[in-house]
Design a protein around this ligand. Structure first.
Ligand code: V47
Length: 365
């Protein structure tokens, strides 16, 4: 065992866990909880680094991507959501033509389009299918990662189709993968409190499972730093780990820090950056079967993302091109999120890592 992991300040429990991580043996939920509650932060960083290096060596991935958020009009009223029309000062509904115009404006070389928005009561599965078809027609080379499980639940259920048939239809229209949004926190009590009646955890997991079985890969997120406890976070990671054992369909895990501007939970303080790093590290250590851990820099800021590279993160998401409002409306440091390719490469090199441009499935380009 590496000498630094044998520091005397660590208990028997800590040494046992360090040994398991080094030997690539899966941790139990109790051990995961111990890491959250008792693991010293620098030590957690070292353990997370072992997993990161085993999975990805010195590489840090990024992608040339952009977002389209078709609408923020939402049937749900999640208390944490600064994006929806309930709390935002802005309200919008893009037409298919406006969406296509945004797609056309993107420079050559962009690889991925991330579409996510709100659950609009007047839009249906066929409208969302038409968006995919129209984009496919004008930019066939783009990977379209679209519609969170919560949006999918609403549009497919309204169309009276099974998740399998609804997703198959969208795949035929051009859907390539599913983003990780809407997972929030799986614990049913906290979820009900912060997200009301929106799609249940079971439904979120079922939709991702169905997508994976149809060959549509996806991401997973976790909204943290609000009312949840460490035990709830471990429960969330455990449910994802179990599904990944079955399907192997998750590409990346993306912790999303609760931001407290312009929403119904604005009385809650945001957690400290040390808590963000603890969360990255424990997630990296615990999720032994999800290869990539993503720092979503528009949410936590570029500088904090750099620090996260020492706590298990190997993926910087993408260049974004100032195309998302979800986090700027919630008060994120990055009010106009843009990373040029050369800035991104320099940023990763300056952290001592090798920048690797990837496609949506993490193939190096
Ligand atoms: O599900 C909304 C979060 C998510 C707030 O798959 C908030 O690559 C914090 O899922 N404070 C949507 N978070 C964004 C998302 C995502 C982002 C980046 C990459 C990927 C991917 C997916 O945003 C929502 C919710 O958890 N969110 N409001 C807020 N006030």
């Amino acid at each position: 065992m590496h000498r630094s992991l044998l520091s005397s300040e660590h208990s028997t429990e800590g040494l046992l866990i360090a040994g398991k991580v080094e030997a690539n043996i899966r941790l139990t939920p109790e051990e995961g909880l111990w890491l959250f509650e008792q693991g010293e932060l620098g030590w957690l960083g070292m353990l997370a680094d072992i997993v990161r290096q085993r999975n990805n060596g010195n590489k840090v991935f990024y992608i040339r991507n952009f977002h389209i958020e078709p609408t923020n009009v939402c049937v749900n009223k999640c208390r944490f959501c600064s994006f929806s029309h309930h709390f935002s000062k802005e309200q919008w509904e893009l037409s298919v033509d406006q969406i296509l115009e945004r797609v056309q404006q993107q420079p050559d070389g962009v690889k991925e389009l991330h579409i996510t928005g709100a659950v609009h009561p007047g839009r249906d599965l066929y409208y969302y299918g038409d968006i995919l078809k129209a984009i496919r027609k004008i930019r066939p080379e783009l990977h379209i990662k679209a519609y969170s499980a919560v949006e999918l639940d609403y549009m497919i259920t309204r169309a009276k189709l099974s998740f399998k048939d609804g997703l198959t239809y969208l795949k035929e229209c051009g859907l390539d993968s599913v983003p990780g949004g809407g997972a929030e926190i799986f614990d049913e009590t906290v979820r009900r409190d912060i997200a009301g009646m929106k799609s249940s955890s079971e439904t979120w997991l079922k939709i991702h499972e169905t997508a994976h079985k149809l060959g549509i890969s996806s991401n997973a997120t976790m909204l943290y730093g609000h009312l949840e406890t460490y035990a709830h976070r471990i429960d969330h990671l455990e449910r994802l780990r179990q599904l990944q054992d079955q399907t192997k369909g998750f590409n990346a895990f993306i912790p999303l820090k609760f931001k407290n501007w312009n929403n119904e939970m604005d009385q809650l303080p945001e957690v400290a950056i040390t808590e963000d790093m603890r969360n990255y590290a424990v997630s990296r250590i615990y999720l032994d079967n999800i290869s990539h851990l993503k720092a979503y820099w528009p949410a936590i800021g570029k500088q904090n993302s750099r620090i996260s590279l020492s706590f298990g993160v190997d993926d910087m998401d993408g260049t974004i091109n100032d195309s998302t409002k979800i986090y700027s409306l919630a008060g994120a440091e990055e009010q106009s999120p843009v990373f040029t390719v050369s800035e991104m490469q320099e940023f990763i090199r300056s952290a001592g890592r090798e920048p690797v441009e990837r496609d949506s499935l993490y193939n190096p380009l």
